[in-house]
Design a protein around this ligand. Structure first.
Ligand code: ADP
Length: 490
């Protein structure tokens, strides 16, 4: 099958969050299975150019119709870890992608509307006719709209679109200007609740809604989140639209890149280990404690690794630090705030606990240290308010580190409580809680810490249970291909 991934991120060249990992991981999996996969990205000035091999101009004169005139673009080609990537580079005074940032400009909807238009124009002009175009999040939401309202009649009759929503909170809600810019025009037609009109703001268009309406299939990144977005407020206003299109909507759990996240081959940890040599994990715990100047005692190490953002349950993370110490555990935090206020708040926590030899707070982003923390910890906490999929818990499981999570979104699909799950004991792999308050997380932590001290053999068994799970791209790869085959022949 010929598949084109159109996205605003792809690891490791242009990465802000999990979206980048999914685009890369899925491309790799689909390519291994013999599909022809190409990626189209904007050519940002802030990309990691050292991660692109053989970057050359492949199409010098792409004229993209824009506001009744046209913007001249250069399309570049390069390999990202062996995968074919095209980069759209517009030349105009707006400098859409040369702003030293990925997102956060006042005109983001216009920037990415342009990207959608340019990507389709590129496919049209180069006679590329993929079987499936796979788009991601609101930044590419106009692709299916433009394809079926415009480009189909220009010759792209056979193309089908699958749209994946990674984050419902950001939907690309904007005014009608993009209709003029892209040439879609006809505001009376598009400002319709059956088309792109936002469900909450009658004066706005919604890119994600448009994508749901027009795409042949829509997915989000875990089955449970697919349910939450329909039946709880986590659809952020899109619930009625998802209800209407439920027949073409579902959840597929993301995969983990086991080439990178695997304790058997991890080059960032001093002692590699597997299920059969799990006692080696202890050497990583020693190394972690050495590195962070923590006491070497019989206490369990409980960690948090992740962005510090309201989504992640900041109050509970804060509380968990004190609760762990109070219950004779050690606590490590590695995270970077999504704004200065959050960094200040956790900086204050750092000052408060700085002298405690059982605690380390690290404000920053450190990939290498994160590997050592996954390997050297006994438990990780993920007390998210909402979590479309979540990678932290899946990585932790692979490293024999027990996840203590709030049962939402993808966490519900991957972590099964040792004491209360309906699964057989050998499939239980962690601790879960529901209530978004201190008592909630305490109820789970206290059980994990208790098991560690009182029944170490059972704790070890729980670690082994987790390590046998397979959250590689193998299963998601099959699910996506099934969907692609289905829409292709519909
Ligand atoms: P999200 O996509 O919402 O940030 P995920 O759990 O899907 O959350 O993915 C987070 C990924 O980013 C994990 O691989 C985690 O290890 C990594 N990560 C997050 N914050 C940091 C940090 N401060 N330092 C190192 N790695 C981090």
């Amino acid at each position: 099958m010929f598949i084109v991934e159109i996205a605003s991120e792809c690891a490791p060249v242009a990465k802000v969050g999990g979206l980048a990992d999914v685009v890369y991981g899925l491309t790799r999996e689909l390519s291994i299975r013999g599909n022809d996969v190409e990626i189209i990205l904007p050519k940002y000035d802030v990309m990691r150019y050292d991660q692109i091999w053989g970057l050359t101009v492949t199409y010098g004169d792409l004229l993209v119709p824009w506001y009744g005139s046209a913007i001249h673009c250069t399309v570049w080609f390069g390999f990202v870890h062996g995968h074919k990537c095209f980069f759209i580079d517009p030349h105009s005074s707006d400098n859409y992608f040369n702003r030293k940032l990925y997102y956060g400009s006042h005109d983001d909807p216009v920037r990415f509307a342009f990207f959608c238009k340019a990507a389709l124009e590129f496919l049209l002009k180069t006679n590329k006719r993929p079987n499936v175009i796979h788009c991601h999040d609101w930044q590419t939401g106009l692709v299916p709209v433009l394809l079926f309202e415009m480009y189909q009649s220009l010759g792209m009759w056979e193309q089908r679109v699958c749209f994946t929503i990674h984050n419902f909170k950001h939907q690309g809600v904007t005014g009608g200007e993009v209709l003029w810019a892209t040439g879609l025009g006809r505001p009376e037609y598009f400002f319709d609740y059956e088309k792109m009109r936002d469900n909450n703001n009658p004066f706005a268009l919604n890119f994600t809604k448009g994508a749901i309406v027009y795409s042949n299939f829509v997915t989000t990144v875990s089955p449970h989140h697919a349910w939450e977005t329909r039946f709880t407020s986590q659809g952020y206003g899109l619930e009625p639209t998802l209800e209407k299109y439920q027949g073409k909507y579902g959840g597929i759990l993301n995969g983990v890149e086991y080439d990178v996240w695997n304790p058997e081959i991890d080059r960032f940890i001093p002692a590699q280990y597997s299920k059969d040599s799990i006692e080696e994990k202890y050497r990583n715990k020693e190394a972690l404690r050495d590195r962070l100047w923590l006491n070497k005692n019989i206490k369990p190490v409980i960690s948090y690794i992740g962005r510090l953002d309201g989504q992640k349950g900041l109050d509970l993370i804060y509380h968990a630090a004190f609760f762990a110490l109070q219950r004779s555990a050690q606590f490590i935090l590695l995270g970077l705030g999504s704004n200065q206020e959050i960094n200040d708040r956790f900086g204050f926590l750092k000052n408060q606990l700085n002298d405690n030899p059982d605690c380390h707070i690290e404000i920053g982003f450190d990939e290498e240290l994160s590997h050592l923390i996954y390997a050297g910890s006994d438990m990780v906490i993920v007390p998210s308010v909402y979590e479309p999929c979540g990678l932290t818990q899946m990585i932790a499981l692979k490293y024999g580190t027990i996840p203590v999570v709030r049962s939402v979104g993808g966490l519900t699909n991957t972590v099964f409580d040792r004491d209360f799950s309906e699964k057989p004991w050998w499939e239980r792999n962690g601790y879960t809680f529901r209530d978004l308050n201190n008592q909630g997380i305490e109820s789970a932590m206290v059980r994990g810490i208790g098991l560690y001290f009182d029944f170490p053999q059972h704790f070890r068994q729980l670690m082994l249970n987790g390590m046998q799970y397979d959250f590689s791209w193998n299963h998601p790869g099959t699910h996506y291909l099934n969907i692609f085959e289905y829409i292709r022949h519909k």
